[in-house]
Design a protein around this ligand. Sequence first.
Ligand SMILES: Nc1ncnc2c1ncn2[C@@H]1O[C@H](COP(=O)(O)OP(=O)(O)OP(=O)(O)O)[C@@H](O)[C@H]1O
Ligand SMILES: [Mg+2]
Length: 348
Amino acid sequence: MPGRTAIGLDIGTSGVRAAELSYGRDGITLEKFGQVALPEGAVRDGEVIERGIVVDALKALWKGSGLKGKHVALGVANQRVVVRQIDLPWMSPAELKNSLALQVQDYLPMPVADCVLDFHVTEEVRDGAGRTLRGLLVAAPREMVMANVAAVQAAGLRVTSVDLTSFAVLRSVGRPHSEVATEALLDIGARVSNLVIHSAGQPRFVRVLMMGGQDVTDAVAERIGVPAFAAEAIKRGQVDGLSDDEVQLARSAVDLMLEVFVDEIRGSLDYYGTANPAFPVERILVSGGGSILEGISERLSAVTRRPVLAGDPVSGCRLGRTGLDEHQLTTVQPLAAVPIGLALGVVS
Ligand SMILES: Nc1ncnc2c1ncn2[C@@H]1O[C@H](COP(=O)(O)OP(=O)(O)OP(=O)(O)O)[C@@H](O)[C@H]1O
Ligand SMILES: [Mg+2]
C-alpha cells in the first residue's frame, strides 16, 4: 500500500500533466503519470485563458490516468512572475511568513497586495551588518495565479500549494550531490522556458523566458505557408510530400529560431556568470518537450561551450504501477520533470 501521496500538476501550453508520488519507508514511488493535450489558445504564456477547455482536460486527465488524490501542487511560470535575489534581516520562519508582505514592497513593480509571495532562503549571511537571510523572492500576480487555481477547482480538485515551475525542475532534475558544483537546468516548453542555476540544490539564479518549441513551429509554418499542425510534424522530421526546396526552407526556419533561442540562453548564462564568478556553470541539464527537438542540445553545447545532457526526473523514484512501459517512460521523461518536481515539493 502506498503511504502519503502527493500530486504535482503542470498546466502547460500544449497540455495538462500530473504525477502522483507516494512517500513510504522505501523512498519515493512514481505511482501515476498522465497527460492530456490542450488546443492552441487554451493556455497562453502560462495563464489559463479558456477555462472550460482546461477544466474538461483536467477531468479527462483524472479519469484516464487513475490519479487517486484530489489535492494538487500547482506550478506557475510566466514573464509576469518576478524572481529576485534579496537580503532580509534575519528572522524565524514564522516571522518571515507573517511579515514578508511588509518587507518586500520596495523590490516589486506591482502592489504587494496584488501578489502571491514566496521567499526561498538560500543562505544565512553574517557580516559586520549583522545576520541576514539571503534568498529568492518570488512574486506572482494574484489574478494570474487565481485564474489557474479557479480552473483546477472547477475540475473538482483542490490546490494545496502553488510553486514556481523552476523550483519544481530543480527538485526533479537537479543533481545536488553530483560531480559538478554548479549546474544549469533548462526546461524548454512550448512558449515558456525555465532556466535555473543552482549549487548543491540551492538556486542562485532563475529566469523565465517566453520562448520555446512552439516558436520554432510558428517559424516553419510561416516560412513554408502551412498550418501549425503540419509545421509541427515537419519540425519533428516528417517531411514526406514536401519538395526539396520546402525541406530546405523548413530547416533554415528551424535553424534561425534555434539560433535566437540558444543566444538568449547564452545571454542569461553570461549575465549570471558576471554576477557570480566564483560559481561557474559547469553543465546544462535539459528537460521539457522543447528539448526533444533534434540538434538543440548540440547547438546549446556548442554556443555555451558546456556539456548539455538530458535531465532525468524519474530515476530518483521507484516505479509503481504507472501503466507505462519502459519505452513510454523514456518518451514522457522530459515532460515529467515539472509535475514530478511539484509533487516532490509536497513530500519533501
Ligand atoms: N519529438 C519532438 N520533436 C521536437 N519537438 C517536440 C517533440 N515533442 C514535443 N516537442 C515540442 O515540445 C513543445 C512542448 O513542450 P512541453 O510539453 O514541455 O510544453 P508545455 O509545458 O505544454 O508548454 P509551456 O511550458 O510552454 O507552457 C512543443 O513546442 C513541441 O513541439
Ligand atoms: Mg511547460
